[in-house]
Design a binder for this molecule. Structure first.
Ligand code: C5P
Length: 230
């Protein structure tokens, strides 16, 4: 049976750290990694090319949010990098998300950030003047992402159920904030274990520090992968 891979958040800032980390894994263990703003802004397309050349899959987490034409052009550039998945902010609107889809084409998955999981309901009401519940706001954005032809959303594992019930069942819910039992929570607030995330229907989990900062990252990864696959 096809094994699902947890996506490893490569939250490093130098090439050396990335190389050293990836070299820990046996060559036949093909990973799915998340390259975020820090790494991409420091190292650019070169880091994506390097990771892809090792046979790994890449989720480029740049969360684009600009006028539709700019996002479309930027996505056209990212499509040339051969990334497997990338994202935008749903707050950019349906027209922007449609433009992103057009620019990226269908070669990579495109998902939307709804509300960042670091945003509380109080902050959303105060800062964004969205006077509804956080879960309603998240579901509203998820529906707009689906209308715009996106493949799914980044969300808290706690929001998966509601999102799945208001979109198609194959609409992707990618969930960070995953912690195996006994691992440090760090700055995450509402966490779930890999097996809980599987049971509630997450399609992809993103795991950073429990793997990257483990004493034995390969063993930590394999244990999380096993738990994730049930
Ligand atoms: O180390 P940890 O497992 O907390 O890393 C989670 C990764 O997922 C980080 O790269 C973090 O920026 C990202 N992320 C998140 N919550 C979101 C969106 C992204 O934790 N809502």
């Amino acid at each position: 049976m096809y094994e699902k891979r947890p996506i490893i958040a490569l939250d490093f800032s130098t090439f050396d750290e990335v190389k050293t980390f990836l070299a820990l894994f046996p060559a036949e263990e093909k990973l799915y990694v998340k390259i975020g703003m820090e790494l991409y802004y420091a190292l650019g397309p070169e880091i994506v090319n390097f990771v892809k050349s090792q046979g790994h899959s890449v989720f480029l987490d740049l969360k684009l949010h600009d006028i539709p034409n700019t996002v479309k052009s930027a996505m056209a550039v990212l499509s040339q990098l051969g990334v497997d998945m990338t994202n935008v902010h749903a707050a950019g609107g349906v027209e922007m998300m449609r433009a992103a889809r057009e620019g990226l084409g269908s070669s990579a998955k495109l998902i939307a950030v709804t509300q960042l999981t670091s945003t509380s309901e109080e902050q959303m009401r105060e800062d964004q003047n969205i006077q509804t519940s956080l879960s309603d706001a998240v579901c509203h954005y998820a529906k707009k992402a689906a209308i715009a032809g996106l493949d799914g959303v980044v969300c808290s594992a706690h929001e998966v159920d509601q999102i799945k019930s208001t979109t198609q069942s194959d609409f992707i819910c990618l969930t960070p904030g995953i912690r195996p039992l006994g691992s440090a929570i760090g700055d995450q607030k509402r966490v779930m274990t890999p097996s809980q995330a599987r049971k509630i229907g997450s399609d992809y989990i993103v795991v950073g520090r429990p793997i990257t900062r483990a004493q034995d990252p390969v063993a930590a990864y394999l244990a999380i992968k096993e738990e994730w696959n049930g």
